[in-house]
Design a protein around this ligand. Structure first.
Ligand code: 5AD
Ligand code: SF4
Length: 429
């Protein structure tokens, strides 16, 4: 008998990408086989994201499109997972009655039951999530993701994550270290430790201690982590990054706004000055560290003075790169109820300015890397030019280069020939 095939369409963040790897792992255990073509599958799972309205719209239009496929092949099963599923299972089943089952990010372990048809909705809170280790079908090339904690307790006023992923729960360090050792044995050279707020990881170890322990694992050459909350970035953690030679000189540290008034409304619990001091300490302790951030433009009540403070923060700090978004009200969050007073236009205009100011900074920083020598982990064929290979520096910059006889996971040295906005061109030395 032919094995049943599944495919997964993933929206959103790295956490979702890794959740999809776990869903695939569970399905393989159930005797399903992976297919990269949804049209050729017996089960299609949409792993959804609800962080901003745009992501939600994208999913609902895809879901509408799949209806015709289901009509043609009534045996096809369609499932919705992820953050939209967690918050809106009833709405999904009402808008798309052809959906067979819906489950949230805390209930991937139940996928085996769900495919057997024993229930249609699994969105309950799962306090045991951090104790359960699911099988993972890895898709990364040379590098692997490892969840260290689930959920978030911060309740930033704009953010839906604490409502979809639940309370913070840290995995036991022994389970994490066992997983990383296994990855090293499988040939992975790089691991990224994942959590909504890794700095508040706490089991028998805190995050700084966990990093030092991962650093000792033989076979792993590079360690990264996302995402950090500025308030929880301790001196101990900065020292652990500095002392651990495998922990890369790179951090993603979301600022969100340069205005203390807006940071207060966002419930971020740090001031711009606090943030600035952490950046100074990171740069003083960790030579060549690359720093990226997230910015939200057009938060409710943002005045042009607040926006100007964000622009001057970008100029002062000189991030290596940023992700910037226009504020998107999310149902159930506090910010969705705040008096806005901003037209859509103003938000868009401010976002464009933020992006333009940063683009010039990123270009200048990347230009400064030309003719430098850097270590690259080979990840595979470049997405932009199939004739080239692609890899990342320890500082997480993408470098494309021509070479033969290399394999995924090789660590090589390149000279940077040319810089661009989003990537660098190098030659093997
Ligand atoms: N609107 C706009 N951006 C948001 N983010 C989170 N919630 C929202 C929202 N409601 C951004 C933040 C966060 C990143 C992952 O997404 O900048 O750091
Ligand atoms: Fe959302 Fe804030 Fe938690 Fe990040 S720290 S997931 S922005 S609530």
């Amino acid at each position: 008998m032919n094995k049943k095939k599944f495919s997964i369409v993933t929206f959103g963040c790295q956490m979702n990408v890794h959740d999809s790897e776990k869903m695939a792992g569970v399905l393989q255990e159930q005797g399903y086989s992976f297919s990269c073509d949804p049209k050729d599958s017996d089960l299609i799972i949409f792993n959804t994201c609800s962080i901003r309205e745009k992501a939600e719209q994208k999913f609902f239009s895809e879901l509408g499109r799949i209806k015709t496929l289901k009509k043609k092949r009534p045996g096809l099963k369609i499932a919705v997972a992820g953050c939209i599923a967690q918050q809106g299972s009833d709405e999904i089943l009402r808008r798309a009655p052809y959906v067979d089952f819906v489950f949230g990010p805390q209930n991937i372990a139940l996928l085996g039951d769900l495919v057997k048809g024993s229930r249609t909705i699994a969105t309950e809170d799962n306090p045991e999530i951090a104790e359960i280790d699911l099988p993972v079908r890895r898709t990364g090339t040379g590098r692997a993701w490892v969840t260290i904690m689930y959920g978030c307790n911060n309740f930033c006023s704009y953010c839906i994550v604490p409502y979809t992923r639940g309370r913070e729960r840290s995995r036991p360090s022994s389970n994490i270290l066992r997983e990383v050792r296994g990855l090293a044995e499988e040939g992975f050279r790089e691991v990224t430790l994942l959590g909504q707020n890794v700095n508040s990881y706490r089991s028998d170890l805190d995050f700084a201690e966990l990093l030092r322990a991962v650093n000792l694992i033989k076979g792993i050459e590079r360690v990264r982590f996302v995402t950090s909350h500025p308030r929880d970035l301790s001196d101990e953690l900065i020292e652990a990054i500095r002392d651990s030679e495998k922990v890369c000189e790179q951090i993603h540290l979301p600022l969100q706004s340069g205005s203390d008034r807006i940071l207060g409304l966002m419930n971020r619990r740090y001031s711009y000055d606090d943030y600035r001091r952490k950046i100074d300490s990171l740069r003083n302790n960790i030579g060549g560290i690359s720093i990226t951030t997230d910015i939200i433009s057009g938060f409710p009540g943002e005045m042009s003075e607040d926006h100007d403070l964000t622009i001057s923060a970008l100029r002062e700090i000189c991030f290596d790169g940023i992700f910037a978004f226009k504020f998107s009200p999310r149902r159930g969050t506090r910010a969705a109820l705040m008096e806005n007073g901003l037209s859509d236009d103003v938000g868009s205009r401010r976002l464009s300015e933020v992006l333009a100011v940063q683009e010039a900074i990123t270009e200048r920083i990347n230009k400064g890397l030309e003719s430098s020598i850097m270590e690259i982990l080979v990840e595979g064929v470049s997405e932009t030019d199939r004739e080239m290979l692609s890899g990342r520096t320890r500082t997480n910059k993408i470098v494309n280069f021509k070479a033969e006889g290399l394999s995924i996971g090789d660590l090589i040295t390149v000279r940077i020939l040319k810089s661009g906005k989003h990537s660098l061109i190098g030659e093997v030395v």
